[in-house]
Design a protein around this ligand. Structure first.
Ligand code: 5GP
Length: 190
């Protein structure tokens, strides 16, 4: 997606630890026009798949998932990072290591908001090692629902998340795939 790639080139900052900072348009301040276009692009790719719910994990996937769900005319659900050690019977839960914070979050979603009849599109902002998307996929499995596919804004193709997600049989579409990046520059895969 050209618009997104141009913003990454213009405003992205590469931080130590293979982290790309895109706070000026996606992760802190949000360019709603850009996210609107991202939502439309996700629907162009997945619109034919009879999706019934869009699932992301708080917090940075929410704007993109919201736009995709809006255009798909289905509810958007965000899995929550639980602060409590006592997980209630009313939720599905999974442990997800965080790429950016280096901790492990217990991520939960209410059993009311994914059911076995759902065909779920997973959405996130970044794909690095795949823990977030595979965790969301696990929540879908616990519900006995189906994963229709996964859409991410930025896949860091030099990390192995894309491979793991595709090997799990998930139809993955990334709006921008970064082949490599250094202090000076970001290089896209295509
Ligand atoms: P994964 O679970 O695939 O290892 O990492 C994906 C999650 O970590 C995303 O939800 C995203 O919030 C965060 N993340 C991974 N890499 C980056 C990055 O380079 N920049 C930012 N801002 N977040 C990232």
């Amino acid at each position: 997606m050209g618009l997104l790639k141009q913003r990454i080139l213009d405003e992205g900052k590469v931080l130590p630890g293979n982290i790309l900072k895109v706070g000026s348009f996606l992760n802190h301040q949000i360019d709603t026009e850009l996210v609107f276009e991202m939502g439309k692009e996700i629907v162009r790719v997945f619109g034919h798949k009879n999706i019934t719910r869009v699932l992301t994990v708080e917090s940075s996937g929410i704007p993109i998932a919201f736009m995709a769900a809006h255009f798909l005319k289905v509810p958007m659900v965000f899995a929550k990072k639980s602060k409590s050690k006592n997980i209630s019977e009313d939720v599905y839960s999974v442990e997800v290591p965080s790429f950016t914070h280096k901790n492990v979050n217990t991520v939960i979603v209410s059993k009311n908001y994914i059911t076995k009849d759902d065909n779920v599109l997973l959405v996130d902002d970044f794909l690095a090692n795949g823990c977030a998307l595979l965790g969301l996929n696990e929540l879908v499995k616990q519900a006995g629902a189906t994963t229709a596919g996964a859409a991410v804004a930025i896949e860091k193709g030099f990390q192995d998340g894309g491979k793991k997600v595709r090997e799990a049989g998930i139809d993955l579409h990334s709006l921008a795939i970064i082949a490599r990046m250094d202090d000076e520059h970001v290089y896209f895969a295509d």
